[in-house]
Design a protein around this ligand. Structure first.
Ligand code: C2O
Ligand code: CU
Ligand code: CU
Length: 511
């Protein structure tokens, strides 16, 4: 299939985002997309709401790109990879006209937003046929938390292919967190993380269609591509003056890859998780982000100068029993699991490398008077005691004639079935039990959650999340309140291949 936009129409589509940059300087050293396809150097060109309204057209289409210097095709919004950066404020009215120029049905999901799950709002049960358009229309509540959110397709049956093929973008909600003086003084930079297939592996087939590890195994593990991109670029350069403060809004836009980040000789000061601010910054030497997960961190430029690598450290998403014979044991960085391979086993040709990979660099340029970190951020209120506790068992099985299926409480997804019915306004605890051999990032739509404990150990700090990693063998207790919006939505594993293979359930919120 050829892409339907010539250069002129592409540029006019891209012209929606020419507003001035409020971000840090980001220089692409090795652009992933070809010269005639401008990069969305994220942070550079947000489309902002004006007068309380955000209105735009999003065209989902196949677009010719260069990946690691080879020609390929990616699935994009408005010809951009990632899609246009959107910026909202609480209370805004949002109107997005989605035009489907793909060969498959699609739709849009506003991952992490607290908005209604039905009608033309965050309705994942809508399906927009090839050639058709649909207008999404909703309003953010006036008290919506500030944070970094993520839009992507969510049409069951095509979501993994389309996200792996490139679709996705970042949505920022500005609010009280942005007005904390130390945070406001920081330079801001979005980092949209996505792994893409190698150009050579694409042939003429387009990116969505199962390459790399081969269809069966790739989907079962969750497909990862070997080309690690940050805002669509390979190893871009970030610049910061000595003494300066950098605020990174990091989004894991991958189909399946867990990103485990570390910045040489610098720590991360975590200020926000998926769904909003922490009470105070938490210092981290490394940051694990599972698919769909976001984090905001501050980086203090406290060296005298130099160039530092932002690394993606090894992480293995499967316990040893799973990978044995396939060259995929656990690698360093995992706590010992008994059933895992510990740290000594060489990984061989598996999809998860043993060595850190450089994904960007931070270069000091100039100097400013040292900026302080904030001491306090925003209160994270505890939820009330739960009215009930439910259990969700995550695992997989071989199904005759279907191959591997992924299950929640023994059942694969069926959109006709209601799996979980809750009452509007109730607080519940959900115990997520993973007795399989692969990690599963569990995601719930519409209402954020707080992690209470992992394997009985209380979480060290309170945070609002919407994706929670549940490692092989682990039990995680989360707490959530079904606020404001009755309706029907879903929860699922955010390894989108697992979601497609059945690891999703329906949630009915009754008024
Ligand atoms: Cu980001 Cu239901 O997904
Ligand atoms: Cu979501
Ligand atoms: Cu999974």
């Amino acid at each position: 299939m050829t892409h339907s936009f010539g250069r002129r129409s592409f540029l006019s589509l891209a012209a929606g985002g020419t507003a001035a940059a409020a971000g840090a300087v980001l220089l692409g050293r090795a652009a992933t997309l070809g010269p005639h396809h401008p990069l969305h150097a994220a942070g550079a060109s947000p489309i902002r709401s004006v007068g309380g309204r955000l209105e735009l057209d999003l065209v989902a289409q196949e677009t010719a790109v260069c990946i690691a210097d080879g020609p390929a095709k990616a699935l994009t919004y408005n010809g951009l990879l990632p899609g246009p950066l959107l910026e909202l404020e609480p209370g805004d009215a949002v109107r997005i006209r989605l035009h489907n120029r793909l060969s498959q049905p699609t739709n849009l999901h506003y991952h992490g937003l607290h908005v209604p799950p039905g009608g033309n709002a965050d309705n994942v049960f809508l399906s927009v046929a090839p050639g058709a358009s649909h207008t999404y229309d909703f309003r953010l509540p006036a008290d919506h938390p500030a944070g970094t959110f993520y839009y992507h397709p969510h049409r069951h049956g095509t979501v993994a292919d389309q996200v792996f093929g490139g679709l996705g973008g970042v949505l920022i909600v500005r609010g009280p967190l942005d007005r904390i003086p130390e945070v406001a003084a920081a330079r801001e930079q979005v980092l949209f993380l996505k792994d893409l297939p190698a150009a050579g592996a694409l042939g003429g087939r387009g990116m969505g269609m199962g390459m790399g590890m081969g269809m069966g195994m790739g989907r079962m593990l969750g497909r990862e591509g070997p080309v690690l991109t940050v805002n669509g670029q390979v190893t871009p350069e970030l610049q910061l003056p000595a003494g300066g403060l950098l605020r990174l809004r990091i989004v894991n836009g991958s189909n399946a890859r867990f990103w485990r980040l570390a910045l040489e000789e610098h720590s991360f000061h975590l200020i926000a998780t998926d769904a909003g601010a922490l009470a105070a910054p938490v210092e981290l030497q490394e940051l694990l982000l599972v698919p769909g997960e976001r984090a905001e961190v501050l980086v203090q430029a406290r060296r005298s100068g130099g160039r530092f690598r932002l690394l993606n450290l090894p992480y293995s998403r499967a316990a040893g029993g799973m990978g044995r014979g396939m060259g995929m044991g656990r690698v360093a960085g995992r706590r010992g699991m008994g059933r895992g391979s510990g740290g000594g086993e060489p990984d061989g040709p598996g999809p998860w490398p043993n060595a850190p990979q450089t994904i960007a660099t931070l270069t000091y340029a100039g100097a400013v008077e040292a900026l302080p970190l904030p001491q306090r951020l925003l209160p994270v209120e505890p939820l009330p005691e739960p009215v009930r506790t439910r259990r969700f068992l995550l695992n997989h099985a071989m199904a005759p004639g279907r191959g591997m299926v992924f299950l929640i409480n023994g059942r694969p997804y069926d959109h006709h079935r209601t799996d979980t019915t809750v009452r509007l306004g109730d607080t519940e605890d959900w115990e997520l039990v993973n007795d399989g051999v692969m990690d599963h990032p569990f995601h719930v739509h519409i209402n954020p959650v707080q992690v209470i404990s992992r394997d009985g150990r209380p979480e060290p700090y309170r945070a609002w999340r919407d994706v929670v990693a549940v490692r092989a063998g682990e039990t995680v207790r989360i707490r959530t309140r079904f606020s404001d919006y009755p309706g029907r939505t879903v929860y699922h594993c955010h390894i989108l291949d697992h979601e497609e293979l059945g690891m999703m359930g329906t949630l009915q919120i009754e008024a």
